[in-house]
Design a protein around this ligand. Structure first.
Ligand SMILES: NC(=O)c1ccc[n+]([C@@H]2O[C@H](COP(=O)([O-])OP(=O)(O)OC[C@H]3O[C@@H](n4cnc5c(N)ncnc54)[C@H](OP(=O)(O)O)[C@@H]3O)[C@@H](O)[C@H]2O)c1
Length: 334
């Protein structure tokens, strides 16, 4: 089968389209004919070797973290799916493999595709929408009437986060440039701050919760606009000990490393009276079922910026890497 494979860590030429043997499903796996796969910043960060402290698969390694497709075989212990089902999934992080004509998916990570989506649109959902749901519902515990500040609302995660925060009943403020403003407003955002011209610390208001998709100076400034006792969840800045304990299986060595590298951010949070948490999202078929219901009910729109043929995946990756995508980027297989 054709697959987009990481051969060595580093720049774009470390990965290429090549022929690989098809994967063999284990007892709890679905073997999926991949019809489309979504791209995410984690794909190029992984290629660059930035996740090596967490994930160290043997190379060559088939890249790709989310897919939509048709089940063509099932392992002997699979109970929820059958051959012919149309599923979508965020695949296991240490397994990946979505950028290929066939992939194995643990049935616990898969959900039935919403009936109103085609494969390309469904493939854009799992990773970014699960991240937004798990951050806003589980980590921030957003309740109706709260005010939420979301940095970077125009990208893959942001376009879902705005809608999910609205669905939870929050008032939503986000940052976007002029290029993304119309899009984020169309998703129901109450207030848009143009990050290229406006300083968020001069808004003169404070928020009940923050969801950071940008990191760096943006996150630092977010500490100044939170109410005392508020919480900021970031998926773009520095991991902290809870990331290792809650999200990465309680790895003590990693917790110590994350404790050290997050000293500065945690001190900044303490001074602001804010809790800081870095979330590493997890695959979940159950959460995807909930998102699927929201999509089928018309409560959650999927924004696909660009779709490329699989053979042009390097170009698709370069576009994601440019950091300018509005919503999601997808490749489709024949
Ligand atoms: N920890 C986790 O589990 C997890 C999960 C998912 C994603 N992430 C991370 O979360 C981050 C966002 O992911 P994504 O998929 O949403 O990325 P993305 O789709 O590549 O985001 C691109 C968007 O970000 C906007 N943007 C760029 N710089 C900005 C700034 N300074 N302020 C506001 N907006 C800005 C761009 O708008 P303009 O072009 O208009 O500037 C563009 O529309 C990435 O770092 C990703 O790795 C982490």
């Amino acid at each position: 089968m054709r697959a987009y494979v990481l051969e060595r860590y580093g720049g774009p030429d470390g990965a290429r389209l090549t022929d690989m043997p098809a994967p063999v499903p284990g007892p709890r796996d679905l073997l999926v004919e991949v019809r489309a796969a979504g791209l995410n910043p984690v794909d190029f960060k992984f290629r660059e070797g930035k996740l090596r402290a967490i994930l160290r698969p043997r190379l060559p390694f088939v890249l790709g973290n989310e897919l939509a497709g048709e089940v063509i075989a099932v392992g002997r212990d699979v109970t929820r799916f059958r051959v012919g089902d149309r599923i979508f999934a965020r695949v296991a992080k240490d397994r990946a493999g979505a950028f290929a004509q066939q992939a194995c998916v643990d049935e616990a990570h898969a959900a039935a595709m919403p009936g109103n989506l085609d494969f390309a649109t469904a493939a854009a959902v799992p990773l970014a929408a699960l991240t937004a749901l798990q951050a806003l519902r589980d980590e921030l515990g957003i309740r109706a009437g709260q005010s939420v500040f979301i940095s970077g609302g125009a990208g893959g995660v942001g376009t879902f986060a705005i809608q999910i925060a609205k669905w939870l009943g929050a008032r939503v403020t986000t940052t976007a440039s002029k290029r993304g403003e119309i899009l984020v407003r169309s998703l129901g955002c109450d207030e848009v701050i143009d990050y290229t011209t406006q300083d968020i610390t001069r808004l003169g208001r404070s928020f009940d919760a923050g969801f950071d998709l940008v990191g760096g100076a943006t996150l630092t400034q977010m500490f100044d606009i939170m109410k005392p006792g508020a919480k900021i969840v970031s998926v773009a800045a520095m991991p902290e000990p809870q990331t290792a304990i809650k999200d990465l299986g309680g790895r003590r060595g990693l917790a110590a490393l994350f404790w050290a590298i997050s000293l500065g951010i945690r001190a900044r949070a303490r001074r602001a009276g804010v809790t800081y948490r870095y979330l590493f999202m997890h695959p979940s078929g159950r959460d995807l079922d909930q998102l699927s219901g929201l999509i089928a009910d018309g409560k959650l729109k999927v924004i696909v910026d660009k779709t490329y043929p699989f053979e042009a995946i390097a170009e698709a990756m370069a576009y994601v890497e440019s950091g300018r995508a509005k919503g999601k980027v997808v490749v489709t297989m024949q």
